[in-house]
Design a protein around this ligand. Structure first.
Ligand SMILES: [Zn+2]
Length: 157
C-alpha cells in the first residue's frame, strides 16, 4: 500500500538523476551519519527464487521489490548508505509490517549520490564499475568474493 504522506517524505529527501551508471538517487538535503533518509516503499515477495535487477534480499527467503525512487539506488563497494530492515508494529494498520529504511552511513551533502552495497551472492555477481578506491571488482558480498574467482574460472573451462 502506498501512502501519499510517505511518498512525499521520500521526494523531499532525495531525487533521481543521471548517474555514472544509468540513473541514481541523490540527496536533496544534508544527512548526518546514522540518520534515516527515508522509508523504502515496495512489495515484499516471499519467494526465494524471485529475481529482478532491483530486488533487495530480506531475511528468510523474502525479497523487496522497491518502488521509485529507491529502485534506482546504485551499488558502491564503499557505500554512504545502507538498508535497515526490521519488523515493526504499524499502529495505523494494526498489524506487523516489514519496514525497510535507507540510512546514512556517513554525512551526506546535498546533491551527493546515495549508494548502498548490494552484497550479492557469488552466483549473481557482475563486474563492478563503482570506481571506489576499495572496489572489489565485482558486485558481490565481501564474504563471497573468493568464490567469484572460482566460478569465473569454472565458466572459462
Ligand atoms: Zn566496486
Amino acid at each position: 500500500m502506498v501512502r501519499p504522506a510517505r511518498m512525499k517524505r521520500a521526494s523531499r529527501a532525495v531525487f533521481v538523476d543521471a548517474a555514472t551508471c544509468g540513473q541514481g538517487v541523490f540527496a536533496r538535503r544534508r544527512f548526518r551519519a546514522g540518520e534515516t533518509i527515508a522509508e523504502v516503499e515496495g512489495t515484499v515477495i516471499a519467494d526465494p527464487d524471485y529475481w529482478s535487477a532491483y530486488c533487495i534480499d530480506l531475511d528468510e527467503g523474502t525479497v523487496l521489490e522497491p518502488a521509485a525512487p529507491f529502485r534506482f539506488l546504485n551499488h558502491s563497494c564503499q557505500p554512504n548508505g545502507e538498508l535497515v530492515d526490521y519488523t515493526g508494529f504499524c499502529e495505523q494498520a494494526g498489524e506487523l509490517r516489514h519496514v525497510i529504511r535507507l540510512r546514512a552511513l556517513e554525512a551526506i551533502r546535498p546533491g551527493e549520490e546515495i549508494t548502498i552495497d548490494y552484497a550479492w551472492s557469488a552466483e549473481s555477481a557482475i563486474p563492478c564499475m563503482c570506481g571506489a578506491d576499495a572496489c572489489r571488482g565485482w558486485v558481490v558480498d565481501p564474504e563471497e568474493l573468493a568464490d567469484v574467482g572460482e566460478l569465473a574460472h569454472q565458466q572459462q573451462n
